[in-house]
Design a protein around this ligand. Structure first.
Ligand SMILES: *[C@@H]1O[C@H](CO)[C@@H](O)[C@H](O)[C@H]1NC(C)=O
Ligand SMILES: *[C@@H]1O[C@H](CO)[C@@H](O)[C@H](O)[C@H]1NC(C)=O
Ligand SMILES: *[C@@H]1O[C@H](CO)[C@@H](O)[C@H](O)[C@H]1NC(C)=O
Ligand SMILES: *[C@@H]1O[C@H](CO)[C@@H](O)[C@H](O)[C@H]1NC(C)=O
Ligand SMILES: *[C@@H]1O[C@H](CO)[C@@H](O)[C@H](O)[C@H]1NC(C)=O
Length: 428
């Protein structure tokens, strides 16, 4: 399945972009202008960046007949919930009194959801299901809520959502409003009142029991960052420690807690969808430009820590592989065919003392993104492989290429800022 958006997407997006300009209420109770959360990397047995499935994104297709609204919530997510992969999670409390939940951190998705009781179909999770009846701050989304227009109603008048994952997983439930609280590095709980989220009561497919749902952090006004307005200043930031590092927890920073030095800056492509995409103009290898034709990356390069490795549009990828081979063939290395289908296509046997690894540059509009050898090749005990794969019409900057880089997602100014950084200094 490709990542192409169905045609209908465009007209729908048009409406949503207009809605995105509407002000939404600053719902925060605390006075501070910044805070940080723990971003935790979870490893699973046989964790390997190449084994991370790329899951295509699908528009949600509600099976429940429309009643009043003329369109439905267009959420598009792919889970990071694949076997033998690593995912990034965030702990949050919801409700009053608060109950702890663990969410997959997903900058690619919109509505946040967690499993609720009563449940028709819930995957096994390590925490009890969220019970709305035990929370004094829980409400179902009301008809006059500003977000109501994004959703359709079931015949018993609840607003409902229905999300489909490309690999077959799905989640649906009742759109609701709750207080979310986060442990911050200041040892206080930061509370956000009135967060619109999905009370999930019908999930299908494989999910991990270590999580209770997904936290959406896309450019959509319905994502958590979209609903956090003033305190977050519409920006968040993370810096991923190397994947082989023992440091698994880092900070997800918001608002005035976002800091960085020597930052490079490029704009988000904002006419396609709510994903974080930037203009990719060309690629260089070992200082030489590939001179890819204009229009090679019509949908830009998407940032996605849910992908273990990066994906490059097929024609550009073939060129990347050709030039890398030209470079590496000078050093009498033995090319080996990848053991499994999911392994990178370009692998060589490790040779003792070899150090002439090339580097790569993604030329984003106005900002070069340097990919040093450590972020380019996945080295195992006997081989090294290019940690990038080819894919039709898709270019994604995955987690492997994001190691030791500070990323700042500034949704207010619609900019991505980044700089090399030792991310182990930002451990939580
Ligand atoms: C509609 O909004 C008003 C004020 O914003 C509120 O008092 C009222 O309870 C809302 N109606 C419903 C049905 O929630
Ligand atoms: C909607 O109405 C149908 C038929 O009246 C009923 O079978 C179904 O349970 C209702 N669905 C919901 C979500 O209330
Ligand atoms: C990348 O490699 C080229 C050629 O070896 C070198 O000139 C350049 O300085 C390198 N860039 C970085 C950022 O290390
Ligand atoms: C290349 O490597 C092979 C074995 O790996 C070796 O026999 C040969 O002498 C090497 N050639 C050069 C030019 O280093
Ligand atoms: C990729 O895009 C081209 C041009 O838009 C289109 O013709 C082709 O069918 C697409 N390929 C896939 C696999 O979606």
């Amino acid at each position: 399945m490709g990542l192409n958006m169905p045609r209908k997407w465009h007209s729908l997006l048009f409406i949503l972009l207009h809605l995105a300009l509407l002000p939404y209420c600053p719902c925060l109770v605390s006075e501070s202008t910044g805070f940080s959360l723990k971003l935790i990397r979870r490893d699973f047995p046989h964790s390997h960046p190449f084994h991370q499935k790329l899951i295509s994104r699908l528009r949600s297709i509600s099976k429940i007949k429309e009643t009043k609204s003329t369109y439905h919530f267009p959420d598009t997510i792919r889970p990071r919930i694949t076997r033998s992969s690593f995912i990034f999670t965030i702990d949050a409390g919801i409700g009053t009194p608060t109950t702890k939940k663990t969410f997959i951190f997903d900058p690619g998705s919109e509505l946040t959801w967690t499993q609720c009781t009563p449940c028709i179909n819930c995957f096994k999770q390590n925490y009890p299901l969220f019970d709305p009846r035990k929370s004094t701050s829980y409400r179902k989304l009301s008809l006059n809520h500003t977000s109501a227009r994004y959703f359709r109603r079931s015949n018993n008048s609840d607003f409902i959502y229905y999300l489909v994952y490309g690999s077959g997983e799905s989640s649906s439930g009742i759109v609701s409003v709750e207080t979310f609280s986060f442990p911050s590095d200041r040892k206080v709980h930061e509370s956000i009142k009135g967060v619109v989220f999905g009370c999930a009561n019908n999930q299908k497919g494989q999910f991990r029991s270590s999580v209770t749902g997904i936290m959406g952090m896309s450019r959509s006004p319905l994502s958590l960052i979209g609903q956090m307005s003033s305190k977050s200043r519409h920006r968040f930031s993370y810096c991923l420690p190397p994947i082989n590092s023992h440091i698994k927890t880092t900070l997800l920073r918001f608002g005035s807690d976002v800091k960085g030095r020597d930052l490079r800056k490029t704009s988000f492509l904002n006419h396609i969808d709510y994903n974080y995409r930037v203009h990719l103009l060309d690629i260089s290898i070992a200082g030489h430009r590939l001179n890819l034709p204009t229009g090679t990356f019509p949908t830009g390069c998407m940032l996605d820590i849910g992908c273990g490795v990066s994906y490059i549009e097929t024609r550009a990828y073939n060129e990347v592989v050709r030039v890398l081979m030209m470079h590496l063939n000078r050093f009498n290395l033995t090319r080996i065919t990848a053991g499994s289908l999911t392994e990178g296509e370009l692998c060589y046997r490790l040779r003792w003392g070899f150090s002439n690894y090339p580097n790569m540059t993604f030329h984003f509009q106005g900002a070069n993104f340097e990919i040093g050898p450590q972020n380019l090749f996945h080295v195992t005990k006997d081989r090294f492989c290019l940690a990038m794969l080819g894919r039709d019409n898709v270019t994604i900057l995955g987690a492997f290429q994001q190691q030791n880089v500070r990323f700042i997602y500034d949704n207010g100014y619609q900019k991505l800022l980044f700089a090399k950084e030792d991310c182990s200094q930002d451990k939580a």
